[in-house]
Design a protein around this ligand. Structure first.
Ligand code: ADP
Ligand code: MG
Length: 472
């Protein structure tokens, strides 16, 4: 790829205010989706260059950043862009060296006070550090705004405890749970609470992604000493989404050293991840075991009661009134995670305000069609396979084995059929999940089960039962 060639036929972004506005919206959406930390590390530095041959050109200052963004965010960027502007046919991320792009220093970590004087210009003044702290932490993510229920009471209690006791009795605190269940919220809440109680304590909150990014950058610019110094006098270190460093050996090594040094000095370390320490793959054994030494608290998937409670609390925060029936409907229907639940509520109230209509279940059905449908069909191929195996009393490995005996072949076909019916996966994708079978095999299975259910009542009942158990 050409580094900073100004292509012919490019429409400059300045000449296209509409494009800039669309870019603002794309950025806004992404920011909500990926969270503050990742946004600041990777997406904030992107500069809109213009459009060329239907492709939106965006610039980043280094190859490393470009590759990272391409690998992790290109699909979303493309999708959001085409949603904003139907004439956009693709995106193109180019490398434009730093001087013409916003400074990379915009990625200073959230530090209450500079840990070491004058290491990095952006951290050297209290004001800048203060701004970075506030910028990284979401003001809405406080203990007060966290709704506690059975699935998260342990994690909540542990977080409060750590925020209120500076003695690091639980070290590290390890919070884990699925996406959108409140890990980041709780970490920010701890940071706010510590700051409220004792502003002199130095709190650093950072995503593991950013930790890695800064470390790699330090390696490149040969200032790893500075990188290490940043953490030396920190009182509380929080690293969010630590699963991101699995498989990244040198980053892990560095993290392990930082972690040990802090814990040895009885500084508080708080970690979050999507899995428990023992289930985190690609982590070195000694790091994995060390992470589990303190207090491990998990956030379980939400229950109906918790979802209803969250909706009620968010509704009060937004200063709107929504009939209880509608809230119950949403709590019942949107089970995936709190982020989606919140998003649905926001959309519904925005719509109601715009259109000036009362919010009813019918309105919700209409406005939230896509979310509701996605939640209806959230079942995965693995879940289907598991249920089918349980139902027929066969082993899970039989789903991908080459065995053709009727006793396993028929259930396998049923599972393929249900995968086609209940998920949005394509035939080749389904085939891959069944031991790398060809899409024609899946198609054959689907037809076969359709035929058989029309004539065999027992099989039809089996399929219907399974479908209902899987929420189809
Ligand atoms: P995670 O980091 O686990 O993916 P987040 O902490 O980002 O999830 O939470 C996603 C959204 O849901 C945030 O807006 C957060 O405020 C909200 N949320 C999650 N759990 C709760 C809760 N128990 N009470 C209030 N809001 C919550
Ligand atoms: Mg998070």
């Amino acid at each position: 790829m050409a580094e900073h060639a100004v292509p012919e036929g490019r429409i400059a972004a300045q000449a296209e205010p509409i494009l800039s506005q669309q870019w603002q919206r794309v950025r806004g959406r992404l920011r909500q989706e990926v969270g503050e930390a990742a946004f600041h590390s990777w997406l904030h530095p992107i500069v809109l260059e213009g459009v060329r041959d239907g492709a939106v050109q965006m610039a980043l200052p280094t190859r490393f950043m470009r590759d990272w963004v391409n690998r992790h965010y290109a699909d979303r960027l493309r999708c959001l862009w085409t949603g904003e502007n139907p004439t956009v046919r693709g995106i193109d991320i180019v490398v434009v060296p730093a001087r013409s792009v916003r400074p990379v220093e915009a990625v200073a970590p959230a530090i209450v006070r500079p840990p070491v004087e004058d290491t990095e210009p952006t951290l050297s003044s209290e004001a800048a550090a203060e701004a970075a702290f506030a910028g990284q932490l979401d003001p809405r993510f406080t203990f007060q705004d966290f709704v506690v229920g059975k699935p998260n009471e342990l994690a909540f209690a542990a977080a409060r405890r750590v925020a209120e006791h500076p003695t690091a009795e639980y070290n590290p605190l390890f919070l884990y749970g699925g996406v959108g269940l409140g890990k980041t919220h709780l970490m920010h809440a701890i940071a706010w609470e510590i700051r409220r109680r004792d502003p002199s304590r130095r709190v650093v909150y950072m995503s593991a992604e950013k930790f890695m990014y800064q470390f790699v950058r330090a390696l490149r610019f040969k200032n790893t000493i500075e990188f290490k110094n940043q953490f030396r006098s920190v009182d509380v270190l929080m690293i969010d989404d630590v699963q991101f460093i699995s498989g990244k050996d040198s980053t892990q090594e560095e993290f392990f050293h930082t972690f040990n040094a802090l814990v040895d000095q009885r500084r508080q370390v708080i970690i979050s991840a999507d899995k428990s320490p023992s289930d985190l793959e690609g982590l070195e054994e000694r790091l994995r075991s060390r992470l589990g030494w303190g207090l491990v608290a998990d956030l379980h998937p939400t229950t109906y009661e918790l979802r209803l409670g969250i909706l009620q609390s968010k509704m009060e925060q937004q200063g709107v009134t929504i009939p209880q029936k509608v809230l119950e409907f949403l709590a019942h229907k949107i089970q995936s995670n709190v982020r989606e639940l919140e998003g649905a509520l926001t959309r519904l109230t925005a719509h109601a305000k715009l259109v000036g209509r009362a919010i009813t279940v019918e309105v919700a059905l209409d406005v939230l069609q896509d979310v509701l449908r996605a939640n209806d069909r959230r079942v995965t191929i693995e879940e289907i396979q598991k249920k089918v195996c349980e139902h027929y009393g066969i082993r899970h490995s039989d789903m991908s084995s080459a065995r053709r005996a009727r006793a396993v072949a028929r259930p396998r076909q049923v599972a393929m059929y249900l995968a086609k019916q209940l998920t949005t996966r394509s035939l080749p994708e389904i085939g891959r999940k069944f031991g790398g079978r060809d899409h024609t095999t899946v198609m054959h299975a689907v037809r076969k089960i359709e035929e058989l259910t029309a004539i065999e009542t027992a099989l039809a009942e089996d399929v219907e039962l399974l479908r209902r158990m899987l929420g189809g």
